[in-house]
Design a protein around this ligand. Structure first.
Ligand code: AMP
Length: 390
């Protein structure tokens, strides 16, 4: 497995820049180290997961553009681990080093109106939707989407935050929900009666070479990803081809250089509707760390460096369970989960992010379980999860 490199590729031991100090950044650092690179992390807060294993760190707010500029001058290329990087910070980096994925990808992923427009203009099916920027838009939006529908802020929402499901009540209910979200720019989307939610993680190199993982089955709990499984059940080879083609089309249309996750609804007819995209490795793609020879983070490093992504090298059906801070409080009082019990199970790998304070809903780590079938992997992940509570 020898990744190809364009003549302009950034090679080790170059220093790579990562905007953001969270767990996605930390797993990027590990993957970069494995390939011989060093990493400079820019994080508004010290002590975050990526600050712990970075070679260099800058602790400053994203609004400190002088610090951002200095950071960018010290690295060969910059990526980010969350999509809400302020535009000015991305631009300050781009003045000194390539930022991948680039500006257009960030703009589209940051704004649901641009994102839906992008899907619609590129023949990528999504649920009927409408923009709401004033109370007077509610009637038109109702006509476009009907009810039930989901109202979402155009900017800044994640893990179900900034969203309201409207079941009935016509335009007046839509207007009231819009006011509850602060009267900011929103999109209304028809409620999709999906059979399952899946995601495709894609990596595209500067050369255009694209590889995909998925579709991965995702289950959410309280709007936060709880479990992911690959291969997803109820997906025929033809459907898989369709989902991967949709992700590849997104990558090509955006000329994206890097890793991006496309979240999809699978409909009763078996087709897919685009929900949203994240221009970075994704929580659902954490299962690539153990089910594949090449993880989504390794692809992020390669593509950031102008190198082609590698064949994902599928090894085994795999299931991932997120480990939220809630686990630490499961017995009613704060206690450490039983790591030994889970780690003793063959096929189970526990990944912890080094966060010292457990809080409800906080992503502290994840575990992956590999087995002969996806069903067995999901069962094993469930056993391992429950073992943590013993
Ligand atoms: P999002 O932040 O857009 O990914 O939405 C969070 C979750 O809300 C999704 O993973 C779905 O479970 C649910 N959801 C969002 N949009 C819709 C929709 N149009 N129809 C049905 N469920 C939705």
């Amino acid at each position: 497995m020898n990744p190809t490199s364009a003549p302009s590729a950034i090679l080790p031991p170059a220093i790579l820049g990562m905007l953001g100090g969270g767990q996605l950044g930390a797993m990027f650092v590990d993957a970069a180290h494995a390939l011989g690179y060093r990493v400079h992390v820019f994080s508004p807060m010290d002590g975050e997961p990526a600050c712990l294993n970075a070679d260099f760190k800058t602790i400053a707010p994203y609004t400190d553009l002088a610090a951002v500029g200095q950071f960018a001058q010290s690295v060969a290329a910059v990526s980010y681990e969350f999509e809400n990087v302020p535009e000015a910070a991305a631009a300050a980096c781009a003045a000194h080093a390539p930022v991948r994925p680039g500006r257009r990808v960030l703009q589209v992923a940051q704004h649901r109106v641009l994102e839906k427009t992008f899907f619609s203009e590129n023949g990528l099916a999504c649920a009927p939707w409408a923009r709401i920027a004033a109370a007077a838009d509610a009637g038109k939006a109702l006509a476009a989407c009907g009810l039930p529908a989901v109202l979402k802020t155009a900017h800044g929402g994640y893990d179900g935050k900034g969203q309201i499901v409207i079941k009935d009540g016509g335009a007046a209910a839509i207007e009231a929900a819009w006011l509850r979200l602060g009267g900011v720019e929103c999109v209304l989307e028809a409620f999709v009666d999906f059979t399952q939610e899946v995601s495709v993680v894609a990596a595209r190199g500067v050369s255009g070479k694209t590889v995909c993982y998925g579709p991965i089955l995702n289950h959410h709990r309280h709007h936060i990803l709880d479990e992911s499984v690959y291969p997803a059940p109820s997906v025929t080879p033809a459907m898989q081809e369709e989902a991967l083609a949709m992700a590849s089309r997104v990558m090509a249309a955006l000329q994206a250089e890097g890793v991006l996750c496309l979240e999809l609804f699978q409909t009763r007819g078996g087709g897919f509707l685009c929900n949203e995209m994240a221009p970075r490795p994704h929580n659902s793609g954490h299962l690539t760390m153990d089910g594949f020879g090449v993880s989504q983070f390794r692809q992020q490093v390669l593509t950031l460096c102008g190198r082609d992504p590698q064949d994902p090298d599928f090894r085994s059906p795999v299931a991932m369970r997120n480990l939220l801070g809630d686990l630490w409080f499961a017995g009613g009082s704060l206690r450490e989960p039983n790591w030994q019990a889970a780690r003793a199970m063959p096929g189970v790998t526990v990944h912890l992010y080094g966060k010292t304070q457990a809080r409800h809903g906080r992503k502290m780590g994840h575990l992956n379980a590999v087995a002969e079938t996806a069903k067995q992997a999901a069962e094993l992940a469930g056993h391992a999860y429950r073992a943590l509570l013993t």
